[in-house]
Write a new protein. Structure first.
Length: 320
């Protein structure tokens, strides 16, 4: 496999559980209200996978590694001919070398670690886990990333908040990735779905922080890194958003690159559910999948681009 995931394909992100042992200050599933999704609401019919041309399955949550039927689900999607990649997004706590080996042998081709900082103090501010847990996550990440001649991708998702929005912090994360053979780092802004304002308003991004993002943009225009990461335009678009500019929703790539399977329903976007199909009907409704794409594109004219929109775009995306 190359140094990064194949980008120009459609992926289907599947929330398989909302249980998690992390304590992220901006996530509602960090307060012990999580639950597992029944297996029959997670298995998309092979015909539907083919009709939607889904090449990558991404298991998300919550913490997917806590799902009791994880290996059965992996076997199911591994045996669908159209599926080329199976990726797990994880906080890294559970990903021991033994479990990692079993997952790779069951068809997993990528692991994405949710890691907002390599400074344990800043990590605690956003993720709520103490030093011993942080060190365990870093150890697990390095151990799976540095295996020689590995044929799976390792990435890091970084949620940007007031706690870690700093040029030097961004550079430390990129340097850490380069030093440890990590394939990509994706930065994405924290967003407020109501929980953030209630639980950790001090982490919110606002216009007062826009000058920091502009400094990161200017740096990224002048420097390149061996690890794949967001284009400089990502930082410029985020700067403009925080300054109050309106971004064009028609530049969203979701119709061509993304599907979400959430509690038995397929949609292009959680925030725009103009297209919503129950999993039991997907193989018939998707017979006209191109029409669904066009209908969703028309609905995008009424969208407002805000922070969550950045999270579901691929690394190569440009809002501007």
């Amino acid at each position: 496999m190359g140094s990064e995931m194949k980008m120009h394909i459609r992926e289907c992100v599947i929330d398989i559980t909302y249980r998690c042992r992390s304590k992220c200050k901006y996530c509602q599933w960090s307060v012990g209200r999580g639950y597992d999704i029944p297996l029959d609401k997670l298995k998309l019919a092979p015909k539907a996978v083919e009709l939607a041309e889904i090449r990558r399955i991404v298991l998300s949550g919550g913490e997917p590694l806590l799902y009791p039927n994880l290996f059965e689900l992996l076997e199911y999607y591994r045996n669908i001919r159209m599926v080329e990649d199976i990726v797990i997004i994880t906080n890294g706590l559970e990903l021991t070398p033994d479990l990692h080996k079993k997952l790779v042998n069951t068809g997993v081709t990528g692991f994405v670690f949710s890691l907002d900082s390599i400074d344990p103090r800043k990590y605690y501010v956003t993720r709520g886990l103490k030093y011993h847990a942080f060190k365990r996550i870093i150890k697990n990440l390095i151990s799976v990333a540095q295996i020689p001649k590995r044929d799976y991708v390792i990435g890091i998702n970084v949620v940007l908040s007031r706690a870690n929005l700093d040029l030097n912090e961004v550079l430390r994360i990129l340097s850490f990735a380069e030093e440890n053979n990590i394939d990509f780092v994706k930065f994405q802004p924290v967003y407020d779905d109501g929980f953030l304002s209630k639980n950790a308003p001090e982490l919110k991004l606002n216009a007062e922080l826009a000058h920091i993002i502009l400094s990161i943009y200017k740096h990224m225009c002048l420097h390149s890194y061996s690890v794949s990461t967001n284009l400089p335009e990502f930082w410029l678009a985020l700067y403009k958003l925080l300054k109050g500019d309106v971004l064009d929703p028609n530049n969203c790539t979701v119709p061509e690159t993304f599907l979400l399977l959430k509690e038995g329903y397929l949609m292009f976007c959680f925030w725009n559910q103009s297209i919503k199909v129950h999993i039991s009907y997907a193989d018939s409704v998707f017979e006209n999948f191109d029409d669904l794409v066009e209908k969703f594109k028309l609905s995008m004219a009424h969208c407002r681009v805000w922070e969550p929109c950045f999270c579901i775009q691929p690394l190569y995306h440009r809002w501007l």
